[in-house]
Design a protein around this ligand. Structure first.
Ligand code: C2E
Ligand code: CA
Ligand code: CA
Length: 322
């Protein structure tokens, strides 16, 4: 019978053994070890439950970056159940085409003229409550459902945009593209065949890609983006300033728009550092001849300051929620 301390000691010995690389035919191999621990009978009454709990703990060790030990807990069990239910809900929503898309206007800060709209995915649970995309988008990425989700949002957004056009409003629509979507080599083809099918003019579509997504696989992303750009689609970098893209990449990717992240906009009037970042992004956009938009504007004072600094375009609750 081992105490928890002894289990901890044992697993740290295992980890330290695996710190050394294995040499096989002159090549060195490093192996990452993720350990999940469940204690019997404290954590489980049956052997099946015991094994499952150890597995859940190991899953956590992997998701926290591997090469570590994780102990089972009730809280962990609850998280897993919640995640599983969310996955079922997401699958069901996509199968039944029940995903909804809301639109948030992008405006000229000076005149208030409507310049575009961002498509944002919305999902409801069985009780009719909204589940935040901050929860279900990462899950969709992890489970591989993001491809289907992205297609459904894109199709709805393009159709909506075309209906605005029929009413006489030429308002471009922006669609968010998740990092995981760039892993799909068919992405560009899917987008262009949808545009052909719907007869959607490329100038009415903009794609928002986060800075961190761009940096995942630089050469692959670059080639995909240049194909999209060649098709006439506008590319903007979302959450700009929160990642760590270098200026040379910015040039390489040939993006059209920088989107100042809302975290800077929200603090710019109260935090000197954030104000400096906003100023730096604005001057960067000017010197690289890029369009600029600020997101998350909640106050008139933020809008006024952004205009004064030379940012002409914005979106946020101050004007309208999605
Ligand atoms: P994001 O692309 O940065 O979208 C902006 C988020 O800020 C939206 O949250 C929007 O509702 C919110 N927002 C807009 N104005 C304000 C404001 O003035 N104040 C505050 N506090 N928030 C504001 P939402 O709709 O919850 O979406 C969250 C994130 O989920 C998005 O962040 C985006 O990364 C992701 N997402 C949403 N829809 C999609 C989608 O269709 N595809 C992909 N790949 N990601 C999506
Ligand atoms: Ca966005
Ligand atoms: Ca953003």
């Amino acid at each position: 019978l081992w105490s928890i301390e002894e289990v901890g000691l044992f697993t740290s010995q295992v980890h330290s053994q695996f710190q050394q690389p294995f040499v096989l035919e002159d090549k060195k191999y490093q192996m990452a070890v993720s350990i999940g621990v469940s204690i019997y009978p404290d954590d489980a009454q049956t052997i099946e439950m015991f094994m499952r709990h150890a597995d859940v703990a190991m899953f956590k060790a992997k998701s926290e970056g591997r090469n570590r030990t994780s102990f089972f807990s009730d809280e962990l069990e609850q998280q897993i159940i919640h995640r599983h239910q969310l996955e079922l809900l997401l699958r069901e929503t996509l199968t039944n085409q029940q995903l909804q898309v809301y639109y948030q206007p992008k405006l000229c800060l000076e005149t208030g003229k409507l310049l575009g709209a961002e498509a944002l995915a919305r999902m409801q649970n069985h009780q009719g409550q909204w589940v935040s995309p901050i929860e279900f988008i990462p899950l969709a990425e992890e489970t591989g459902l993001i491809g289907e989700l992205g297609q459904q949002v894109l199709r709805q957004a393009c159709k909506e945009c075309l209906s605005w056009q029929q009413l006489g409003n030429q308002v471009p629509v922006s669609v968010n593209i998740a990092a995981a979507q760039f892993a799909d080599p068919l992405l560009v083809k899917q987008i262009s065949s949808l545009m052909t099918e719907l007869q959607m003019p490329a100038r009415l579509l903009e794609l928002e890609v986060t800075e961190s997504a761009l940096m995942l696989d630089v050469s692959k992303t670059q080639s995909m983006l240049s194909q999209l750009k060649a098709a006439g689609i506008c590319i903007s970098i979302d959450d700009f300033g929160t990642g760590y893209s270098s200026l040379s990449y910015l040039k390489k990717f040939q993006v059209d728009v920088l989107k100042i992240d809302k975290s800077f906009v929200q603090e710019m009037l109260t935090d000197r550092g954030d104000m400096e970042i906003v100023k730096a992004v604005i001057s960067l956009a000017k010197s690289m001849n890029l369009q600029l938009i600020a997101e998350g504007i909640e106050l008139e004072a933020q809008k006024d300051k952004l205009l004064e600094l030379g940012c002409q375009m914005g979106q946020g609750y101050f004007f309208s929620k999605p």
